[in-house]
Design a protein around this ligand. Sequence first.
Ligand SMILES: NC(=O)c1ccc[n+]([C@@H]2O[C@H](COP(=O)([O-])OP(=O)(O)OC[C@H]3O[C@@H](n4cnc5c(N)ncnc54)[C@H](OP(=O)(O)O)[C@@H]3O)[C@@H](O)[C@H]2O)c1
Length: 256
Amino acid sequence: MMVFMTHQHLTILTGASRGMGLAMAEQLLQPGHTLLCISRHANPSLAARAQAQGATLIQWTEDLAQGAAVSRQLEAWLLEQDTAGFASATLINNAGVIPRIAPLSQSDPDDLAQALRVGLEAPMQLSAAFLRATDSWRVTRKVLNISSGLGRRAMASQAAYCAAKAGMDHFTRCLALDEALKPNGAKVCALAPGVIDTDMQVQLRSAEDALFPDRQGFAGLHQGGQLSSPADAARKVLSVLARADFGQHPVADVRD
Ligand SMILES: NC(=O)c1ccc[n+]([C@@H]2O[C@H](COP(=O)([O-])OP(=O)(O)OC[C@H]3O[C@@H](n4cnc5c(N)ncnc54)[C@H](OP(=O)(O)O)[C@@H]3O)[C@@H](O)[C@H]2O)c1
């Protein structure tokens, strides 16, 4: 499908169906913006919002555990676009998964693979497809990878999630070096968004105490009102993305 509009800001956003991704999608649906969302489920409220705002919205219902296929689809779609129509191009790898919370020795291999595919493989594959397909675009290009404090701090019963986010941080550092060698290299950043009141936090505080030594800490954050709302977290993340010095530090935290 071709998008014929002049000077649109193009954003590709994964995990836009709920949580912080949904809040980012809502805030990105402004006139002059084209948003391509990728999650397993579409969110009908986004379609209504896009229409009201005069923004262009495309929602793909794809499983990012099949990242190779989705990245090929993304590359083909980008190559079909009229590049003169875009003022900027951004990929936000936001989708993430915490597998069943348990020590690694009690984890299921398929569950571990799913978390690593969605949280690490797919962001790498989508970044590769996005950067290759937009390489000749003469506009600002950005890749924002939504990381976590747990990519930088180890936690018991979180090996797969911590490994996915640590891997995301480190591949983003490598990507920054790749892109710095190009004439119009993309600006890239792996950004920790703080603690946010989403399904992911429900999963953390609902884990079994016997399997998750930090469960009470997460319950305390919720009880103490210390979680950001998805809308506030999205605003902070998108304001980092909009900064002139975005990408100066390839690994960052909204709380910096
Ligand atoms: N919440 C926090 O406190 C917190 C803290 C630090 C970092 N983060 C990071 O922030 C990001 C957003 O987190 P969140 O709390 O908003 O998460 P969330 O509420 O659990 O939402 C996760 C999103 O990822 C999508 N997703 C999950 N599995 C998928 C799959 N197999 N294929 C395609 N999409 C998939 C979900 O869509 P579907 O179910 O429709 O597929 C959903 O839109 C994640 O990367 C997370 O690691 C969150």
